[in-house]
Design a protein around this ligand. Structure first.
Ligand SMILES: Nc1nc2c(ncn2[C@@H]2O[C@H](COP(=O)(O)OP(=O)(O)OP(=O)(O)O)[C@@H](O)[C@H]2O)c(=O)[nH]1
Length: 288
């Protein structure tokens, strides 16, 4: 589902999350490991405020392992606890309850000092559409998933999900808008499937993607499509279109009259990127 974000929607989304923050102990900020910058909400610090937060780089299985390590270091340098996970397979997910408790250790110690039995931390998962929020909820809940019923103060219809004995999750995650501030960000979000490709012309999305890929992963491109060496810098969209044409030719994406069907070629490239067939790829590096 692609949401059309207008200022009114953004204000409402922000307000809904801030209402839920009153009920929880910790926020899991889910971002796409392939686009840790562009898949973040630009107002996230303001929205979450001082509430403890765990940043989860999801889809880490599709992202470049070296880049994952760099990004984790980058988040930690800003004092944010961060983990790389794959909510689909569950890799890294087991570490989440322990990290959550570590984040809340002061609060837990205070409860113990008062003779209280520390309760399971209450969690809200937030992130942009399609980043894997529902997949993570299901994975965390696993077979021990149990809806614990309405509690006072919880929005009508909203429930807590018990994840093992360790966490309680609000069943409806907070949906945030991504960073739309420039067209390049839009192209990256479309390339990874975070926004529907119909929003932007697919050939343009593919050409922009080829420019990023050539810079960092030219070898993977040449290998996958049997292309001769691609220069690391494709100076403009026309140069990228020439590479797309070559991919189309190699893959038999033909329109009438022996012409290349660019739309088809773009579809091949983007499907390969999203499914990991081009290898593990991250489309942006931390700015240091
Ligand atoms: N490869 C990979 N795919 C993932 C991972 N997590 C989620 N996905 C896939 O990403 C897609 C979106 O996942 P969802 O859990 O529906 O995402 P969501 O954030 O709940 O989406 P909305 O309901 O649109 O807000 C699904 O096809 C998942 O299978 C992951 O860690 N790795």
């Amino acid at each position: 589902m692609t949401i059309q974000w207008f200022p009114g929607h953004m204000t409402r989304a922000k307000r809904q999350i801030q209402d839920k923050l009153k009920l929880i102990d910790v926020v899991f900020e889910l971002i796409d490991a392939r686009l840790p910058q562009s898949s973040r909400n630009p107002m996230i610090d303001e929205i979450v405020g001082p509430k403890p937060r765990l940043v989860l780089l999801n889809k880490a299985d599709l992202a470049d392992p070296e880049a994952n390590a760099k990004w984790l270091g980058w988040f930690r340098s800003f004092g944010l606890e961060a983990l790389a996970i794959d909510a689909n397979s569950g890799s890294g997910v087991k570490e989440i309850p322990g990290r959550t408790k570590a984040l809340l250790s002061d609060k837990i110690e205070r409860q113990i000092a008062k003779g209280m039995k520390p309760r399971a931390p209450r969690v809200l998962i937030v992130g942009i559409p399609n980043v894997g929020k529902s997949t993570l909820i299901n994975k965390l809940a696993g077979r021990s998933a149990a809806i614990t019923g309405d509690r006072p103060g919880v929005t009508k219809g909203q429930q807590w999900i018990r994840a093992g004995g360790d966490l309680e999750l609000l069943d409806t995650p907070g949906i945030l808008w991504p960073k739309f501030e420039d067209l390049e960000v839009g192209f990256k979000l479309a390339a990874t499937g975070a926004i529907k490709e119909q929003v932007l012309p697919i050939e343009e999305v593919a050409c922009h993607t080829l420019r990023w890929l050539a810079a960092e992963y030219g070898g993977a491109l040449s290998e996958r499509y049997g292309l001769s060496d691609i220069p690391p810098s494709l100076p403009d969209v026309a140069a990228a279109a020439a590479v797309l044409e070559e991919i189309g030719r190699k893959r038999g994406c033909l329109a009438g009259g022996g012409h290349i069907d660019y739309e088809k070629a773009a579809g091949v490239l983007l499907r390969d990127l999203r499914s990991g067939k081009l290898g593990r790829i991250t489309l942006e590096s931390p700015i240091v």
